[in-house]
Design a protein around this ligand. Structure first.
Ligand code: HEC
Length: 133
């Protein structure tokens, strides 16, 4: 008899843990979707190409990015397009965008050396052929 209440208690804990993690996943997806709208001008994940006329955002301090966005929004910082864009974001979204870009590595990761991947592809193909027979 005693194990039944314990079982329910564990179930309740599991349900509570799931309920807590679901909004986090949604928030993360929303943030990525918002941040993707910046890529056309600021580069993929905020990494501007060398010589690009628009500044990169990746790896810059979140406070700095959030302040810039709020100043665009209020009109304190003069701009051509950012004032219009920033007006579309609330405080939470501005903080999410700033944190997202601050967390992105500013440099592209080095491309893998050409020899290693081609060898691996051959190995994977052999493996697939062997396992399907
Ligand atoms: C249509 C192109 C365009 C898009 C899309 C865009 N930006 Fe910008 N961004 C600019 C330009 C141009 C500037 C320079 C200020 C100006 O004239 O508006 C700028 C400046 C900035 C700056 C200040 C950089 C600095 O060092 O002065 C930040 C921060 C910024 N943008 C963030 C964002 C974020 C976050 C998004 C996505 C929500 C975004 N931008 C989307 C064009 C764009």
């Amino acid at each position: 008899m005693r194990s039944i209440p314990l079982g329910w208690a564990l179930l309740a804990c599991a349900a509570a843990a799931q309920a807590q993690s679901a909004p986090d996943a949604r928030t993360q997806m929303n943030t990525q979707a918002l941040a993707a709208t910046c890529a056309n001008c600021h580069g993929t994940q905020g990494r501007a190409l060398p010589g690009a006329p628009v500044a990169g955002l990746a790896g810059r301090p979140a406070d700095e990015l959030a302040t810039l966005l709020r100043d665009f929004k209020s009109g304190k910082r003069p701009s051509t397009v950012m004032q219009q864009l920033a007006k579309g974001f609330n405080d939470t979204q501005i903080d999410q965008l700033a944190a997202y870009f601050a967390a992105q590595p500013p440099e592209r990761r080095a491309a893998p050396s050409p020899a290693a991947p081609s060898w691996r592809v051959v190995a994977v193909r052999r493996d697939r052929v062997l396992s399907s027979n």
